[in-house]
Design a protein around this ligand. Structure first.
Ligand code: DAH
Length: 354
């Protein structure tokens, strides 16, 4: 009959043999083979365990414990070897795949804001800071607000079929629908609709599309954008208008910008002016942008005509100023863009510059 010590010796021999075979392994899948060889169902160790029922109880306990201990040791030895091989594999992979961490990342394309939207946002911010309210307004308008209430008499050339997109037949009707030719329609509408209390201050900026029957070329478009503003308040004077226009031009074109007012004519303002800014490119030295004059015209403005107040049902002695700016025009001047069509073509080579 086998002695306990003999069996323990056999277990020790099996263990040493397993360890030395595991030591020699270089591939992970060979470890799996050794695992089933030493710990699997048909292993020598399992053979020892299954022969134990022939032996007395205390013998079984002692050998059983010794078998479990050896199984645990071999199993741990295999796990350690497996970890070691995995680590080695990863290191070899890293060495052979040659990752260059200094390479620049992969660039991806980001969208750009159309420069017109940039200008619209800037103008809105400038006037919001002055307490103005921003509206967009009706693009489909009728003659009443686009012309009549703005003191544009029935025979005014701007009402001509040649210049205006009429949605109904002819400009001879009193209340004909059309596409607004300027954003000044909102001045007539808001003044007409507002509280008639002349002590109330109203300060509005209206921004949006306007339409004219122009042939499209580098400086004309049948659809373009305008910002039109007005401020009505008791005791408002031309000096307030001058300050506001100066402030706007300096905020938009740069603090060094100078402004110059020239007398002009608009039916809805009296007196009326046109406003020039010092050329942002040459600062009045003279260059191709300002056609060597040093100055560029940017907007029209004036004190609201008493007829406009009366048409809106306000006191003719009410006081207020108004101004109108072409958004494409001032954007072209600010960024040196020489063709208005670039704004609408969605060419990424153009848009990516903003
Ligand atoms: N509505 C004019 C235009 O389209 C621009 C303009 C001039 C608007 C003077 C105004 C203003 O409000 O006061 O040419």
């Amino acid at each position: 009959m086998l002695e306990v010590n003999d069996l323990k010796k056999r277990l020790e021999i099996i263990k040493q043999q397993a360890f030395s075979n595991i030591d020699k392994v270089t591939e992970l899948h060979h470890l799996q083979i050794l695992k089933s060889q030493y710990l699997g169902k048909n292993s020598d160790i399992n053979g020892i365990l299954s022969s134990l029922d022939k032996f007395p109880h205390n013998f079984r306990i002692e050998i059983g414990q010794a078998v479990n201990k050896v199984k645990k040791e071999i199993s741990e030895y295999i796990i350690n070897k497996s970890n070691e091989l995995e680590k080695k594999n990863i290191n070899e992979q890293l060495k052979s795949s040659k990752i260059d961490l200094t390479l620049p990342g992969i660039d991806f394309t980001i969208g750009h804001v159309n420069p017109l939207l940039k200008t619209v946002t800037e103008i809105s911010d400038i006037f919001k800071n002055l307490g103005y309210q921003i509206v967009s307004g009706n693009e489909v308008e009728n003659e009443e607000y686009n012309f009549n209430r703005l003191n544009l008499p029935i025979d005014h050339p701007a009402r001509d079929m040649q210049d205006t997109f009429y949605l109904e037949n002819g400009s001879d009707k009193v209340n004909c629908w059309l596409l607004r030719t300027h954003a000044t329609n909102m001045t007539a509408r808001i003044l007409s609709e507002q509280n008639k209390d002349s002590k109330v201050t109203t300060a509005i900026i209206s921004l949006g599309n306007v339409y004219r029957k122009d042939d499209d070329d580098a400086t004309h478009s049948h659809q373009f954008m305008q910002v039109d503003g007005f401020l009505v308040s008791p005791n408002i004077t031309f000096a307030n208008l001058k300050w506001t226009l100066n402030y706007f031009c300096q905020q938009f074109f740069g603090l060094e910008t100078k402004t110059r007012l020239r007398p002009s004519y608009f039916p809805f303002t009296e007196p009326s002016v046109e406003v020039d800014v010092s050329c942002p490119k040459c600062n009045t030295e003279g260059c191709s942008l300002c056609k060597y004059t040093g100055w560029i015209e940017v907007l029209g403005a004036g004190m609201i005509h008493p007829n406009v107040f009366m048409a809106a049902g306000l006191d003719e002695a009410a006081a207020g100023f108004a101004f109108g700016v072409g958004i494409e025009r001032i954007t072209m001047i600010k960024y040196g863009i020489d063709d208005i069509r670039l704004f609408y073509n969605n060419d990424l080579r153009f848009l990516n510059q903003f």
